[in-house]
Design a protein around this ligand. Structure first.
Ligand SMILES: Cc1cc2nc3c(=O)[nH]c(=O)nc-3n(C[C@H](O)[C@H](O)[C@H](O)COP(=O)(O)OP(=O)(O)OC[C@H]3O[C@@H](n4cnc5c(N)ncnc54)[C@H](O)[C@@H]3O)c2cc1C
Length: 247
């Protein structure tokens, strides 16, 4: 490969970092930049579930040593990409600057969908995707009794199991009648549902969070409403609720 090519990688997940590592092995002269809107160094996302369960310590989440970026001469920019001008070989980032590149790799992965209701900015309401999300959940567990989880995939189920094992009362809201509908048929979904209920989880089908209310900036009430089945929107939302209203 010719030297002095500038590679720009959007995403500091396992895909982006592995690409940067391989590029450095192939091209010792390349200028490599990784941009991500998550300030943490690369971590094992699947291990976050074990971190919540208390099986993995925070220092074991990191997928590369501290010196990784420096050792591999990889520039890391903590910023959010807002736009790509492929014709000009530039990307615009939130801080206002433009970053130029010769070659661009998109390794921007996925995002958790967010609830679209009042109160999502209250302390104690979070999605489950990043280290910061999990740190927020872990830091609130000590003051929580009841947790509302919204979502119908394996992450929701595994999280609920963990929380239940840790002694929390959990309410599980599903927007549809079934779990993980891309994979499970109605019979399989029903078996999971029965098991969750046997385990003491308060499962509510075809319900959606309508509003989150709080005291002193912290969530204290979760109000939800019955839904007719609509297109599936997968998200993971945790709230702590001391009181609830059902309409
Ligand atoms: C809690 C949890 C548990 C999981 N458990 C498993 C499991 O057990 N087994 C399994 O196979 N998979 C699991 N997954 C899924 C797995 O983690 C993903 O498939 C994997 O993280 C994908 O890696 P990635 O590098 O492609 O993208 P991601 O890890 O999503 O990384 C994307 C990167 O792009 C950055 N980014 C995105 N948009 C922008 C932007 N506009 N500007 C700047 N940066 C941006 C992000 O900050 C991030 O650094 C789990 C996921 C989660 C959240």
């Amino acid at each position: 490969m010719p030297g002095n090519i500038s590679y720009l990688i959007i995403g500091n997940g396992i895909a982006g970092v592995t690409a940067a590592e391989l590029l450095r092995n192939e091209d010792s002269a390349a200028d490599i930049t990784v941009i991500a809107d998550d300030p943490f160094p690369v971590y094992y996302r699947p291990a976050l579930k074990d971190y919540l369960a208390g099986r993995v310590r925070e220092d074991k989440l990191w997928a590369r040593p501290n010196s990784f970026y420096q050792d591999h001469r990889i520039r890391f920019l903590s910023d959010r990409v807002l736009g790509i001008q492929a014709g000009q070989h530039t990307v615009q980032v939130q801080s206002g600057r433009e970053v130029t590149y010769d070659r661009l790799l998109l390794a921007n992965g996925a995002r958790a969908s967010r609830l679209n209701c009042p109160g999502t900015d209250l302390v104690g309401v979070t999605t489950l995707r990043t280290v910061a999300d999990y740190q927020a959940v872990v830091s609130h567990l000590g003051t929580s009794r009841r947790i509302v989880v919204s979502g119908s995939g394996t992450l929701a189920l595994e999280t609920i199991e963990t929380l239940r094992h840790r002694g929390y009362q959990v309410t599980h809201l599903l927007r549809k009648r079934t779990f993980w509908s891309e994979v499970l048929d109605a019979t399989a979904s029903d078996l999971v549902l029965q098991q969750e209920r046997r385990d003491g989880v308060d499962v509510r089908l075809e319900e959606e969070i309508a509003e989150l209310m709080g005291k002193n900036g912290e969530v204290s009430v979760c109000r939800w409403i019955a839904l007719c089945a609509q297109a599936l929107r997968i998200y993971m939302q945790r709230v702590i609720s001391s009181k609830r209203q059902i309409q």
